[in-house]
Write a protein that binds this ligand. Structure first.
Ligand code: SIN
Length: 301
């Protein structure tokens, strides 16, 4: 009798779909958003429609609020917060907040290559995070109403930072006032002059429209902004090997594309910002090699 019931249930089991929610804080026209949509498309295709990722942009909850609940949440299965934001949970990762530490994105990719340095992957694992991999956005620039062309210009400037000892110490050591606030409030905080300066990538600066309320874009390549794409561990542990492999395969394909999109978006957004600067009270400042060196040496002191 039991066996007959099992047979009757089999079609439901075979055709049951798994839905994964993937909320992201950025707007749609960013490399992370584009990659998330492609990732969702490939998961659906490879699983023949049995696994669905629903991507949600411009979320109300901040990355930190979502990271706090990720591993037990029924509503969030995948997240891609900036690596800089993991410092709260994995203090050893705070080095991502060190200004001017990395010269090339390839060096960062190497850090996550299992053949190169297993430690970074283990930092995630031993802190309960299932890391699928890392997506790029790019190097960060500054937008400000105050011209910042040397480290001492940070003095008395209210700068938006992540929750990070390194970022806070750097700003304090230059007499700046670091203010930690979620991405969602950046525009309002700049508009209401609650902060003077943000540090962000060109695609985030463009899509949040924060450039429209700032006088300067200072091309500083301050630090790297990339994303740790993590999966809810209670959800992951319930998946079969086949289901995990579908996610891993789709993620691998999305990552290859994402890294190209990050470069394309950077070039495209700079072009758009240059166009805007031609007709508005908005100046793009490119520092000389010497001016940049002053920033770099100052960090290493
Ligand atoms: C993001 O790119 O996900 C947002 C980064 C930020 O909070 O500035």
């Amino acid at each position: 009798m039991i066996k007959i019931w099992l047979l009757l249930l089999l079609p439901f089991y075979l055709y049951a779909t798994i839905t994964m929610h993937f909320p992201i804080v950025t707007k749609i026209n960013t490399p992370k958003a584009k990659a998330a949509l492609y990732f969702a498309k490939r998961v659906k295709e490879i699983s023949k429609g049995k696994m669905i990722i629903q991507v949600q942009f411009d979320t109300k909850l901040s990355d930190n609020q979502m990271l706090n609940i990720l591993n037990d949440s029924k509503d969030i299965q995948i997240l891609a917060p900036a690596l800089n934001k993991f410092a709260t949970y994995i203090p050893k990762l705070d080095f991502f907040n060190t200004p001017f530490l990395f010269k090339s994105i390839y060096k960062i990719h190497e850090l996550f290559d299992p053949l190169y340095d297993k430690n970074i992957l283990n930092y995630f694992k031993s802190n309960g995070f299932i890391l699928l991999g890392v997506w790029d956005n790019g190097f960060t620039q500054l937008t400000s109403n105050k011209l910042i062309i040397c480290p001492s210009d940070f003095k008395n400037t209210r700068v938006r930072v992540y929750s990070s000892k390194i970022a806070v110490n750097y700003m304090h050591s230059h007499g700046a006032i670091p203010i930690n606030l979620p991405f969602r409030y950046l525009y309002t905080a700049l508009k209401k002059s609650l902060i003077d300066t943000q540090i962000n990538t060109l695609s985030n600066i463009y899509t949040t429209k924060t450039y429209t309320i700032q006088r300067y874009l200072i091309m500083l390549d301050y630090n790297y902004l990339g994303y740790g794409v993590v999966v809810n561990s209670s959800f992951w542990n319930k998946l079969s090997k086949t289901q995990k492999n579908i996610i891993k395969q789709a993620f691998k394909e999305a990552t290859q594309k994402e890294r190209i999109w990050a470069i394309v978006y950077e070039t495209l957004m700079l072009k758009k910002l240059k166009e805007y600067a031609k007709t508005h009270n908005f100046k793009i400042i490119t520092l000389s090699k010497k001016q940049k060196e002053i920033f770099t040496k100052d960090t290493l002191k």
